[in-house]
Every structure is written in structure tokens, then in C-alpha cells.
Design a protein around this ligand. Structure first.
Ligand code: BES
Ligand code: ZN
Length: 445
């Protein structure tokens, strides 16, 4: 007993004499590091200014900012100017897209057919008139039409197996003057010809019931004449822009090849001035760029506002597509800020494409726990610019309030619905989440 105690005591003394100086040094080292970090963290939190975000939202949301319009151009110029005023060089990245205007009038008249028809436009269908005999050509596959003379005729085609575009190109190549598509299942659908093409002839889309009624009618009236008249459809090339401001890392170390992307979309839909959707995220991206400008980091940060999100995530798709492979592999995280400041929306939520946590949700949950005592929840969502990043294998998440405000995509999405408190809360969570990833003395990555 005695002996054991003695051994232990000697051992403990020996151990302490070696460890103590190291421990003192380590405590000293980490405490200065921690102090620096705490100071920088405090600096970040104290610099974030909801008034700045509010004023930028106010400026941006005077009008809708539809991609490819002068109002988008004005927003792009404003965002660029703001980035530059914080000391960044801002790059404006142009990309083109197909801008389609749907017809304002769709006429379809079938000879001696008495039931009322409700023809719909397909996206990218063209304007024009055709009056001709109608022929049924099944699914419109090449072998369905091989034996048919389609020249100058209007072709009735059933949906299915191949795309509307392929059906259209098959019959147009054989001289068709027009096409009537009909659904192969009950209910209505939004049809699309996929992309503009000069070979297209005027076309409409009917329901299954309407199409089958015409087929029955054709059995009794084999040479019935149809008139198609489509007016006002237009396809044009248009240009939208992404705005990119880059903060290079301040040190060169293991992490300094990493890139972190903070982004939002600056365009809006035509029906809304988009104060919350998404001038709020744009203004928050600007504010984070301003606040982080003077903070030393080991990671490159790209602050990006995307164009044409509302037309199908076009700006973010373009951005990710044009990145060299080695840059894609260097991007460690994408923070997507979309609808982050409405008074009338619910609580903050994170959304990932696969409904799984990733680096962004983990950083955000740690930050929200640190700031508010509880982690921000997450669920699934794929309706914004984090999608192309996620598809490229980059950890990405959307920051949004749930449920959305009733003014979403409405003319009432205006500055008076913006909450400075929500802007402040979200920007604090995002900035601390980002900070924990980019601070220079990170031990674990
Ligand atoms: N900000 C919205 C996305 C959104 C709204 C997400 C409400 C969650 C709740 C975005 O600008 C948008 O409207 N997206 C489109 C889809 C996109 C692919 C064109 C949408 O949701 O209809
Ligand atoms: Zn949006």
C-alpha cells in the first residue's frame, strides 16, 4: 500500500515537472490566439450594420429587376459600385439566355367540331398561321411518320416516349404546317419545346380529353380542316450578369487554397420589386463583403450576386459551369442567402438539396447555437442558387425563413416588409459560421 502510494507520488512529481512548463507555454500561446480571435469575432459582430443592408435593399427594390432588363443592369451597376466602395475589384460576368415571350393569342378551330377547346402554348412555340387538313401521326416518332405525307398538313400528335421537341422536329422536317399536341394522361401540363429552333412550325397543346375527342371526330370527318393562329410569341437572345468580388487569403498555409462562396440573386420576377426576394440576400452579401474586407483569413472568399435566378438558376448555373475543375474542387462551401429579411416570414431555416447536413449546415448550426443557444434547423429545398453548387459536389445550403411571407413574388414584396432585426440575426449567424471556417489558426479543417 505504502509502496504503491510512494510510486504514484514520485511519478506525479516527475510528470508535473515536465508538463508544467509546456502547459504554461501552451496556455500562453492559445490564450493570445484566442484573444485575437475573440477580438476579430467581436469586430465582425460589431461592424455588421442592419441599416446598411436596409438602405441597400431600399435602393434595389424601387422597381422589379427582371434578368436582361435595364433595371437589372442598374442593379448590377449599383452592386459593383458598392463592392468597389469597400475596396474590392468587382468583376461583371455576362452570360446569354433565351428570353421567350409566350403568345398573347392562341386560335384553334377544327372544322365541324362543336366542343369548346382550350389550346395552350408550349414554351418556345412560334407565332404563325396555318389552315390545312389534319392528320393523326401517333407519337410522332420517325417510324410513325415514315409512310405519311405530311407536306402542308397540320399534325395531331400524342405526348409520350420522345420529347415535344423531337416530335416537332420530326414532323417539321417532313413539311408539316402546324402541330396539335395532346396529353397522354389526365390533367394539364406545362409543355416546352426545350429551346428555340428556326425549324419549328406553329403548335398548341391540348388535354387528353380534347385530343381524344378530335381523334373520334377525325374518324367521322377524315379530311377535316384545322386553322391554327398563334400571335405574339417571340424568342430572343438576352444577356444577364453575375457580379463577383473576391477577397484573397491573407496567409499561405494548408488551407489557403480553399475558396468559400457567399452568394445571393439580384434579379426579381416581373410581378415583384423583390425587396425580400432577393434584394435582402444581395444586401447581406454586400454587408458581409464590407465587414470581412479587413479581417485576416486563410481562405479565399468570393462574394457573388447572380442574375437570372428566377428564370431557372441561370446565373449560378453559368458560374459553376464556367469554373475550371480545379477551382470547383477548391470550393469548400456555398452560403446561399435568399429571402433573409421579411417581417412576415417565419423562422430561419437551412435548406440542402439532398436533405442531409453538410459543412455549411454544420457551421451555421454551431454559429446559431453559439449566438442563440439553439441550432438553426434544416430541411430539403432546391429552389435557389445553391443547387448548381450542390450538383457539382460542393457543400451548399440556402438560408431562408420558413414559412415564406405572403408577399413572395407579389407586388407587395417591398421595403416596408423588411425587418432590420431579421437581417441582423441572419447576418450574425452567417458571419460567425463563415468566420469559424476562414480564421487563420484553424486546427481542424
Ligand atoms: N427565393 C425563391 C425560392 C424560395 C421561395 C425557396 C420560397 C423557398 C421558399 C426563388 O427566387 C424562386 O422563386 N425560385 C423558383 C424556382 C427557380 C428554379 C426558378 C421557385 O421556387 O419557383
Ligand atoms: Zn429568390
Amino acid at each position: 500500500m505504502k509502496n504503491k502510494f510512494y510510486k504514484f507520488a514520485i511519478g506525479a512529481i516527475l510528470c508535473l515537472s515536465v508538463i508544467a512548463p509546456i502547459a504554461t507555454f501552451a496556455t500562453h500561446y492559445t490564450s493570445t490566439q484566442n484573444e485575437k480571435e475573440t477580438n476579430l469575432e467581436t469586430k465582425i459582430l460589431q461592424s455588421l450594420d442592419a441599416d446598411n443592408m436596409y438602405n441597400n435593399i431600399k435602393f434595389l427594390s424601387k422597381t422589379p429587376r427582371v434578368a436582361g432588363t435595364q433595371q437589372e443592369d442598374a442593379a448590377v451597376a449599383y452592386i459593383k459600385k458598392q463592392f468597389e466602395s469597400y475596396g474590392y475589384k468587382a468583376e461583371v460576368q455576362a452570360f446569354t439566355f433565351n428570353d421567350y415571350t409566350a403568345p398573347n393569342s392562341i386560335g384553334l378551330d377544327v372544322e365541324r367540331f362543336s366542343k369548346k377547346l382550350n389550346p395552350q402554348a408550349l414554351e418556345y412555340s412560334v407565332s404563325g398561321k396555318a389552315t390545312a387538313e389534319v392528320i393523326f401521326a401517333g407519337l410522332g416518332q420517325k417510324n410513325d411518320i415514315a409512310q405519311l405525307d405530311l407536306t402542308g398538313k397540320i399534325i395531331l400528335l400524342q405526348r409520350g416516349v420522345i420529347s415535344f421537341k423531337e416530335k416537332m422536329l420530326n414532323v417539321a422536317a417532313k413539311g408539316a404546317a402546324g402541330v396539335i399536341f395532346y396529353n397522354n394522361a389526365p390533367g394539364t401540363i406545362m409543355g416546352s419545346l426545350g429551346e428555340p429552333n428556326k425549324a419549328y412550325v406553329p403548335s398548341v397543346l391540348l388535354t387528353q380529353t380534347e385530343g381524344e375527342a378530335i381523334l373520334i371526330h377525325l374518324n367521322k370527318n377524315p379530311r377535316a380542316v384545322v386553322s391554327l393562329n398563334i400571335e405574339g410569341a417571340k424568342s430572343a437572345q438576352n444577356t444577364s450578369h453575375n457580379v463577383i468580388a473576391t477577397k484573397k487569403p491573407n496567409v499561405s498555409n494548408k488551407a489557403s487554397h480553399d475558396i468559400l462562396v457567399i452568394g445571393a440573386h439580384h434579379d426579381s420576377v416581373a410581378s415583384a420589386p423583390g425587396a425580400n426576394d432577393d434584394a435582402s440576400g444581395t444586401a447581406m452579401t454586400l454587408e458581409l463583403a464590407r465587414v470581412l474586407k479587413t479581417i485576416p483569413t486563410d481562405t479565399e472568399i468570393r462574394f457573388i450576386t447572380f442574375g437570372a435566378e428566377e428564370l431557372g438558376l441561370l446565373g449560378s448555373n453559368h458560374y459553376v459551369e464556367q469554373l475550371p475543375k480545379n477551382e470547383i474542387s477548391r470550393i469548400v462551401a456555398n452560403f446561399n442567402l435568399d429571402m433573409v429579411g421579411s417581417k412576415d416570414a417565419g423562422e430561419l431555416i437551412l435548406q440542402t438539396v439532398d436533405n442531409k447536413p453538410n459543412l455549411v449546415t454544420e457551421l451555421a448550426q454551431d454559429a446559431s447555437t453559439q449566438l442563440n443557444g439553439a441550432p438553426t434547423p434544416y430541411n430539403q429545398g432546391d429552389s435557389s442558387d445553391h443547387v448548381p453548387f450542390s450538383k457539382a459536389g460542393i457543400p451548399a445550403a440556402l438560408f431562408i425563413h420558413n414559412p415564406a411571407e405572403p408577399w413572395y413574388h407579389k407586388p407587395q414584396d417591398t421595403i416596408d416588409k423588411i425587418s432590420k432585426e431579421k437581417l441582423q440575426d441572419v447576418s450574425e449567424i452567417v458571419s460567425i459560421a463563415v468566420w469559424n471556417q476562414i480564421k487563420i489558426d484553424r486546427q481542424v479543417k
